[in-house]
Design a protein around this ligand. Structure first.
Ligand SMILES: [Zn+2]
Length: 259
């Protein structure tokens, strides 16, 4: 995993070539390739983008138009809606999936899963069965409630359902690579799912009675990891885990209010 300069990049060496999951912000292609070259001399043959945000697709084009690029179908839709991205064939996906797709076989197998909206409505879970690892993208990043992007179909109300489906539907994973920040564990992913469910339940129960700040603070004793009040190191954007929880309670108020 290559951290920083946007989202984490996962590097997977296969017989057919190097598979990259996410390519950081623009102008990081050479740096990514430099890191790849410390483990393998093979060509980059495939890029999988976990979602459409510029800090995850930014350096796709460095690897050229002939490299296969795979995303969820909604991620391609958001990329196609952006003229600057859509006009560059070296960035755009060449292959998409709906709910599930398997790429390669044997120890090179990669399983792609989609379980519904969360951070966006195109969040792919990328599983490497042979090494019991998963790249989760920004539906699980920075050990805090995720940024919800309603402009790309994200939903804080759908999020716990999506995470619970992933917990149930994906098997035999020990290592979970977050979209930004650390490498986590399956147990950490389960705790995070429970936190996002508790946040939504508390927001629904407290709506109209308690402030978002009070509701988020109530989650602190049970979920200290996801409600820290310190800024995290190396985080490219501001806000503490607690402040993100407050934001997501407010988004829940808005989403529930619309129904
Ligand atoms: Zn993102």
């Amino acid at each position: 995993m290559i951290p920083g300069a946007g989202g984490n990049t996962t590097v997977f060496v296969t017989q057919a070539g190097i598979v990259l999951v996410d390519t950081k912000l623009a102008n990081n292609g050479a740096a990514i390739l430099g890191q790849v070259r410390t483990v393998s001399g093979r060509a980059v043959s495939m890029i999988i983008n976990t979602h459409s945000h510029p800090d995850h697709i930014g350096s796709n084009d460095y690897f050229g138009a002939t490299v296969e690029k795979v995303t969820h179908e909604n991620t391609k839709k958001w990329m196609a809606a952006n003229e600057r991205i859509a006009s560059n064939p070296a960035v755009m996906p060449t292959k998409t999936f709906g709910d599930r797709m398997t790429l390669g076989s044997g120890k090179d197998q990669i399983d792609l899963y989609y379980f519904g909206p969360g951070h966006t409505d195109g969040d792919a879970f990328v599983v490497f069965p042979a090494i019991r690892a998963m790249a989760a993208g920004d539906i699980f990043a920075w050990k805090m409630a995720p940024l919800i992007d309603p402009m790309a179909g994200g939903s804080v109300v759908a999020l716990p359902d999506t995470l619970e489906k992933a917990l149930k539907g994906i098997r035999n994973v020990d290592t979970v690579i977050e979209g930004h920040g650390d490498v986590n564990t399956w147990a950490g992913f389960r705790d995070y799912t429970q936190f996002n469910r508790a946040l939504l339940d508390a927001a629904k129960a407290g709506m109209g009675k308690r402030s978002a700040e009070q509701i988020a603070a109530d989650l602190k004793p049970k979920f200290p990891v996801f409600t820290k009040e310190e800024l995290l190191t190396d985080m490219e954007y501001g806000g503490t885990p607690l402040s993100r929880a407050v934001i997501n309670v407010n988004i829940a108020f808005q989403e529930v209010g619309k129904k």
